[in-house]
Design a protein around this ligand. Structure first.
Ligand code: ZN
Length: 317
């Protein structure tokens, strides 16, 4: 008999990732479609249903082979009510995502914030150790946070775990997309690093950061690796900000792991080593000893794997 499957869906601002995943977390197939936010998401539901149906036919599967659907969405997600309260990326306000998807799929649908699901995915499949406490920080266009305590996502009233909006700078010099100033996201997202790169380039006219018309976070790390002094200073600054945030998070939760994921984390050890050093410097001693800092392992698959885990855990109870 064929194992029962879960459909994992990870809705992003530009693409929707989907995967058929079994109860052991193995991906049987994965694919993606562009995100169409027009008509308040109506077309997105039609696109999703058509795409999933096509894949099912391809694999000779039917809805009977599936137990449930897990879905990650950016923004503030109310898991209990199945509503996305607010998502700037998708333009949703109080969008009944669960109900809309259950109209097109004859399966139970469970929704959660995408960064929380990435953390769940990493806990389930990304880490070898059998752990129950994990924090994941996704450094992409923005900075997402996912907090897992005792195998449970910590959402509070819906918007918990927003580590990206932890205040790092106490003056008003840097604005964040959320309306506040000095947030971790404004300083250590790919966008934030590129913005600081442009500032460093101006301050250091001889820096190779001036060689680019459009500076990106990736280019900053590349120039730092090549030995450019200004770029090296900037990477150190980013690691310093992250080290402060990780120490603060670590002091509250003392998880087994704090993982860095997202595009910026592709810098690998160039980022991990100085972040770990600053974390150890700033964290409470017992926390510095017992909480490990590491890189996420699942890359772009973390979201769909975490979504499948959500569907699995919600249908098993
Ligand atoms: Zn913010």
């Amino acid at each position: 008999m064929m194992n029962k499957l879960y459909l994992g869906i990870d809705i992003g601002g530009t693409t929707i990732k989907m995967a058929f995943i079994d109860h052991e977390g193995k991906i049987h197939d994965k694919w993606q479609i562009p995100t169409d936010t027009a008509e308040n998401g109506v077309r997105m539901m039609v696109d999703l249903a058509a795409s999933v149906n096509k894949k099912m036919i391809e694999h000779n599967l039917s809805f009977k082979d599936f137990v449930g659907i897990g879905v990650g969405s950016p923004g503030a997600v109310n898991h209990q009510l199945g509503i996305v309260d607010h998502s700037g990326n998708l333009g949703w306000e109080y969008f009944p995502l669960k109900a809309k998807l259950e109209e097109v799929f004859p399966l139970p649908v469970f929704i959660e914030n995408d960064a929380n699901l990435a953390a769940l995915g990493e806990m389930w499949q990304g880490i070898d150790d059998d752990i129950s406490d994990l924090v994941m920080i996704t450094l992409g266009t923005g900075v997402g946070g996912g907090v897992i305590v005792n195998n449970q996502i910590v959402t509070g009233k819906g918007a918990g775990g927003e580590i990206g909006h932890m205040r790092i700078l106490l003056d008003d010099s840097v604005s964040c997309s959320c309306g506040q100033t000095g947030c971790l996201e404004a300083l250590t997202s790919a966008t934030g690093i590129a913005r600081m790169g442009a500032e460093f380039a101006q301050q250091y006219p001889d820096s190779s950061l001036n060689n680019y018309e459009r500076l990106t976070s990736k280019k900053v790390f590349r120039e730092a690796a090549a030995g450019d002094e200004a770029a090296k200073q900037l990477v150190d600054r980013v690691a310093y900000y992250l080290g402060i945030a990780l120490a603060n998070v670590g002091n509250i939760l003392n998880p087994e792991f704090i993982l860095l994921g997202g595009g910026v984390s592709k810098a690998g050890d160039q980022l991990l080593a100085p972040v770990t050093a600053y974390f150890k410097k700033f964290a409470f001693k017992a926390v510095a000893k017992s909480t490990q800092i590491g890189l996420a392992n699942l890359g772009n698959d973390a979201g769909v794997i975490g979504a499948a885990y959500l569907a699995k855990s919600c249908t098993e109870n």
